[in-house]
Design a protein around this ligand. Structure first.
Ligand code: NAP
Length: 407
């Protein structure tokens, strides 16, 4: 049988590959059969092709992935070229307990800046390794499953999703998503109904001391970013009577007031922030949701009331500096903080994961009711994830920055 196939294949080969100018192989048959050199080559090619097909069928699938190309250095500004797109492979078969997923969305976040350093400065963050695939929040769809609770077509998420177009993952480490909870907007599970929304909600609830009817004024820095845009709205939903945002462009300020229901917004790159704050917060500041630190925070703290509260969410203005987290306040600001008994406890959303489920349901309910307005900046293509990260670190996004990998 094999010999017969070989014979027929050899004739076809004689016609189409070796002698394309002679389409009628019968004319060539004597020549083909007499050529020992040809016979040897044909034999070799026949089995080589067979073996290759075998490998392709069993072993690997070609994917695209993004690795860390270089480190910006602790005091450097990260750029797109710190990442590199390359082709790689994954196994074509999944083992028991595993699933093969296609990546749909990836998240880029400020904390990733620390992962670009050899030493992240925190015990809960691992550094990315040079030439190894980066990872973070991601969403995908199951294409093949050998996990008892996951089936083909399920949407799943993880905090440690590899930056690649497809992957084989441990099913136990994935959370199944219910798209109906977010009106089918799956990417919201990386933002408003994901870790970003949880950060805003739990930050306000755990550290904000917001009380309905207390007539509190809240100020949010980094207000048009992913966390900030939600934190201000949540502050209002939880009872603050006045919410003022601080952001870096007029467009962002306009979105905050027109779309997100902030009472006012200050463009910190224009004019006198302290003066505008005094005008816009005539009763002083009771709650400060701090995303940025630095000069902006010193200015806000100087206008905070006695027994008021800072929600120490992040200090993005300090992330390209080799300083400890949280960075100590300058002496004058620290004096004010102590004299006015302003709380400034470190907040880390990961410490409140026991409240995750109930909090996500709360966020989804607000989204469905239209009480929480969501903005996303979507960048298309895995190849552009480095540029998306760079842009996000420079404040280029409104709301959550998402990378769409495949539809
Ligand atoms: N504690 C936690 O558990 C937790 C969890 C998640 C995130 N975070 C932190 O929360 C903060 C916000 O995260 P995110 O996801 O909302 O990020 P994001 O979407 O990038 O928003 C950050 C905002 O800060 C502003 N900003 C950037 N650099 C600034 C600077 N030097 N001075 C003033 N403003 C600057 C940016 O725009 P403009 O400058 O144009 O206003 C941007 O809108 C980050 O510090 C992050 O590390 C903390």
């Amino acid at each position: 049988m094999v010999l017969f196939i070989f014979f027929v294949w050899m004739l076809k080969l004689g016609r189409s590959e070796f002698h394309p100018q002679f389409p009628n192989y019968q004319v060539l048959l004597p020549h083909i059969l007499c050529s020992r050199k040809f016979m040897f080559q044909a034999f070799k090619q026949f089995f080589f092709v067979e073996i290759q097909c075998e490998i392709a069928a069993n072993a690997e699938m070609i994917i695209q992935r993004v690795v860390l190309n270089s480190r910006p250095g602790k005091n450097g500004v990260p750029v797109a070229e710190n990442f590199r797109l390359e082709q790689s492979t994954i196994a074509d078969t999944v083992q028991a307990g595993q699933v093969r997923v296609k990546t749909l969305y990836l998240s880029v976040d400020p904390y990733m800046r620390c992962r670009m350093n050899e030493d992240t400065g925190s015990d809960y963050l691992q550094p990315w390794q040079l030439s190894e695939v980066a990872d973070g929040g991601g969403i995908g769809v199951v294409e093949e499953s050998k996990h008892q609770n996951l089936a083909r077509g399920d949407f799943v998420t993880s905090f440690t999703w590899p930056w690649q177009t497809a992957a084989i993952l441990d099913g136990d480490l994935l959370q199944k998503l219910v798209p109906q909870l977010v009106n089918g907007r799956l990417s919201y599970f990386l933002g408003a109904a994901g870790i970003t929304g949880l950060t805003a909600l739990l930050g306000v609830r755990e550290k904000g001391h917001v009380a309905t009817g207390a007539n509190q004024t809240m100020v949010v820095s980094g207000a048009a970013g992913a966390c900030g845009s939600l934190a201000g709205q949540i502050g209002r939903l939880e009872g603050c009577s006045r919410v003022v945002g601080i952001a870096g462009t007029d467009e962002k300020c306009s979105v905050l007031v027109q779309e997100m229901g902030f009472d006012a917004a200050i463009n910190y790159k224009k004019g006198d922030v302290a003066k505008q704050l005094r005008e816009l917060c005539p009763r002083g500041v009771d709650v400060y949701f701090d995303n940025v630190g630095g000069d902006i925070s010193d200015t806000v703290i100087s206008q905070m009331n006695q027994n008021s509260h800072i929600i120490l969410c992040g200090q993005i203005s300090q992330y390209n500096k080799d300083v400890p987290y949280p960075p100590p306040l300058p002496p004058d600001t620290e004096k004010i903080q102590k004299e006015r008994n302003i709380t400034r406890e470190r907040f880390l959303v990961l410490n409140y994961m026991d409240k995750q489920e109930a909090s996500v349901l709360q966020l989804c309910q607000w989204i469905q009711e239209g009480k929480l307005k969501v903005r996303e900046t979507v960048v298309e293509g895995l190849a552009n994830i480095g540029a998306a990260f760079q842009s996000m670190m420079n404040g280029g996004n409104i709301g959550k920055q998402i990378v769409l990998v495949s539809k």
